[in-house]
Design a protein. Structure first.
Length: 370
């Protein structure tokens, strides 16, 4: 048997919440599109009119390193994800939605809310995320347990604002847990917030796993984590997408340290610079620790002598460019010293808040050609 696919735009937050409840009940399969523009639903290529009867949700991968993939999930996978998350967080609660609904992290907030029968507070998806808007939205949360999910860029903005605005710190401390994922979070940011009494939970997962299946390095009850011989992270979970099978080998590299998973970065973000392998993810972790760097992303630069070199785009103080290069060379070796450190007014991002790695690489190509 087949069921129809219902489309709801990401900026129709209340319509999406109703459609999520109906999808969990088996009425249709739900696909949340990017936001409407001038009242028009965006065109989505490759979306089927019908899917198998057990499919409840269709989601796209983030597309940060290439063309987004369309992924199908059953209601049982979504429910297993929500139940395991609630177990790890000490119970269900009320959620603040601060992420786009057309990506798995935003959809997950609605699924958890629907299953907990709580009304999420939804930030306006049509305006930029600000600390003031976060504080105002947080004030509407009334349940005894309060949660939200953010990407590191949002968390960083809030931490900066909290340094001089007590209301932002109070809002952050309101939450029983703030989930953060999607990309690596600077250790100094995590330490800063922990010292302020803010409970941050680092998550690891993907669209294929219906979001996070590892919290603070520990697998949720729905998942088991192992490493391949090449150190790729492998996931077995009740939350895996339809058609994947019993296990999912990610493109991420990891290690198990004292029983906890440590994500080292993506295998496809390792460049060969003069015969030396350099992880661009590791470059980003170190560069984001340099005082004066607000945001940054690393990308490869093709080089006739070295094969590839490191390129860094950053938003921040103009005088820290040399310090970024020095820190990378000192901590990762000469091969990691950037060929170019470009200060920009805006680091390119996707609509879900992740850095747009392809756009960053194009900036260096254009800079090289010019």
């Amino acid at each position: 048997m087949a069921k129809p696919v219902k489309l709801v735009a990401a900026n129709d937050t209340f319509g999406a919440l109703l459609a999520v409840t109906e999808a969990l009940a088996g009425k249709h399969a739900l696909f949340i599109t990017p936001p409407e523009t001038n009242g028009l639903m965006p065109e989505v290529h490759g979306l089927p009119d019908e899917v198998d009867d057990d499919v409840a949700f269709l989601v796209q991968s983030s597309g940060s390193t290439g063309t987004p993939k369309l992924i199908q999930h059953t209601a049982s996978a979504a429910i297993a994800s929500a139940e395991a998350s609630a177990e790890a967080l000490g119970g269900s609660g009320q959620w603040l939605l601060a992420l786009p609904l057309n990506y798995i992290a935003g959809l997950n907030v609605l699924v958890r809310s629907a299953l907990a029968e709580t009304q999420p507070v939804m930030m306006n998806p049509s305006v930029s995320f600000t600390a003031d808007a976060f504080v105002a939205s947080t004030s509407f949360l009334k349940a005894s347990k309060k949660f939200t999910a953010l990407v590191p860029t949002q968390l960083s903005r809030l931490a900066i604002a909290a340094e001089h605005d007590e209301s932002v710190l109070r809002a952050l401390k309101t939450y029983d847990a703030i989930l953060v994922g999607g990309q690596a979070t600077a250790p100094s940011l995590l330490q800063q917030l922990a010292e302020l009494g803010v409970n941050i939970v680092e998550t690891y997962g993907s669209a294929e796993t219906f979001g996070g299946v590892v919290y603070n390095g520990v697998p949720l009850s729905c998942a088991d984590i192992s490493l391949t011989a090449e150190s790729h992270i492998q996931i077995q979970s009740k939350t895996l997408a339809k058609g994947i099978g019993e296990s999912f080998q990610t493109n991420d590299l990891g290690e198990i340290v004292e029983g906890k998973l440590k994500v080292l970065g993506r295998a496809d973000r390792v460049i060969n610079s003069g015969g030396i392998k350099v992880s661009l993810d590791r470059v980003e972790v170190i560069a984001r620790e340099v005082a004066g760097v607000v945001e940054m992303v690393a990308a490869p630069i093709e080089d006739s002598d070295w094969g590839q070199r490191v390129g860094v785009l950053y938003l921040g103080s103009p005088e820290v460019a040399d310090e970024i290069a020095t820190q990378l060379a000192d901590l990762l070796g000469p091969a990691a010293k950037p060929l170019r450190v470009l200060r920009v007014d805006r680091v390119p991002k996707l609509s879900n808040g992740k850095y747009d790695l392809l756009a960053a690489a194009e900036i260096f190509k254009k800079d090289h050609n010019d």
